[in-house]
Design a protein around this ligand. Structure first.
Ligand SMILES: C[S@@+](CC[C@H](N)C(=O)[O-])C[C@H]1O[C@@H](n2cnc3c(N)ncnc32)[C@H](O)[C@@H]1O
Length: 327
């Protein structure tokens, strides 16, 4: 028993199943999108240099996605029969002007799939040229990434090849704000703020477009839309369901963002309600530490130590603070 896409693949004779084992992966990725009026672009129509050969995967996608508008591109002028919803354009996947025109005329796309030359330099060029023409939440799929290791395609095992170099850059880029928080080294890709996820399978890499601008904890900006949303949401939650841990979370957001006055005011309010909460006592100790109030820090840490006198780390913090205060 096979999945529906593999059934359709067999009907149309694409090597996306059998030679490769891609269709079960694609079915998992795409099954919830099947009935949508998608726009899809596939690089590589198939049939290589023969004008009348190929089109197998385009026919497969047209059947799998009954409401999709599908564009196929190939360097060879293809004259293969395809359903009405499918168009084939001639051009090279490393011709940036051609890619820009395809994107402007027929995009933005929900799915872009690169099954073209598999030459790593071409794969990188197409990604750079087409990613701007991918919709928010869209998927960019690179097929046959194994050629990144094959010298016959211009790849290399020793250097990892350009496709995997790109993927590694994109992986680092998922954490671009964390890298920027500690270093000026730019180890991410220009598109990184627009890439929210990357999934890698045997010979396939899937890049998911979406917002990736959440602030780093190391540079928490209270004016950042995500931070503002988190604070508003926590406040609304506290209105409905006030708890000491939720207060402690809100206090720590203000403290991380440098608004110590709001953090202190909230802490005072919460401690009135829950004077024995360990979360709030630790918030108070941290806040006192952050404002340079060593005496306050000591007072709160002594409260913690009273609860866990056998904790050597707690003993050390209390002893160090006392020493610093000359006690
Ligand atoms: C593996 S086949 C595509 C198979 C097809 N997608 C399928 O699954 O049935 C690769 C295709 O890419 C085309 N191609 C090669 N170099 C290209 C380039 N620079 N730009 C666009 N297409 C290219 C080839 O002509 C060939 O038809």
């Amino acid at each position: 028993v096979t999945d529906p896409l593999t059934q359709i693949a067999m009907r149309h004779g694409t090597d996306k199943w059998g030679g490769h084992f891609y269709t079960p992966v694609y079915h998992e990725l795409f099954k919830d999108l099947r009935d949508r009026p998608l726009k899809m672009l596939e690089i590589g129509v198939g049939g290589f240099s023969f004008y009348n050969a190929g089109g197998h995967s385009l026919r497969m996608w047209a059947e799998y996605f009954p409401n999709a508008d599908i564009t196929g591109i190939d360097i060879v002028p293809k004259r293969v029969p395809v359903p009405d919803r499918v168009r084939i354009l001639q051009g090279s996947q490393d011709d940036m002007a051609f890619l820009a025109k395809v994107g402007a005329d027929h995009g933005p796309f929900d799915i872009i799939l690169d099954d073209g030359s598999h030459i790593p330099q071409h794969v990188v060029a197409s990604f750079n040229g087409l990613f701007p023409h991918l919709k928010e939440d869209g998927l960019y799929v690179i097929e046959d990434v194994q050629t990144t290791y094959w010298s016959s395609f211009g790849g290399s095992v020793m250097r990892g090849g350009d496709t995997m170099k790109l993927v590694r850059e994109l992986l680092d880029g998922l954490n671009h704000v964390e890298i920027a928080a500690v270093s000026n080294l730019n180890r991410s890709h220009a598109y990184s703020p627009k890439i929210k996820a990357i999934r890698a399978f045997h010979n396939i890499v899937v890049i998911e477009k979406g917002d990736n601008t959440e602030p780093s904890n190391a540079r928490y900006d209270l004016k950042h839309p995500k931070a503002m949303e988190a604070i508003a949401t926590l406040k609304a939650f506290l209105e409905q369901e006030p708890t000491a841990p939720a207060y402690a979370s809100l206090i720590s957001l203000y403290a991380m963002g440098g608004d110590l006055a709001s953090a202190k005011a909230l802490l005072a309010k919460a401690l009135d309600l829950w004077p024995d909460s360990i979360d709030l006592i630790l918030s108070a100790a941290n806040l006192a530490g952050a404002t340079g109030d060593r005496a306050g820090h000591l007072m709160w840490m002594e409260k913690v130590l009273a609860r866990e006198p056998d904790n050597p780390e707690c003993q050390r913090v209390v002893a160090d603070t006392k020493r610093a205060l000359g006690i």
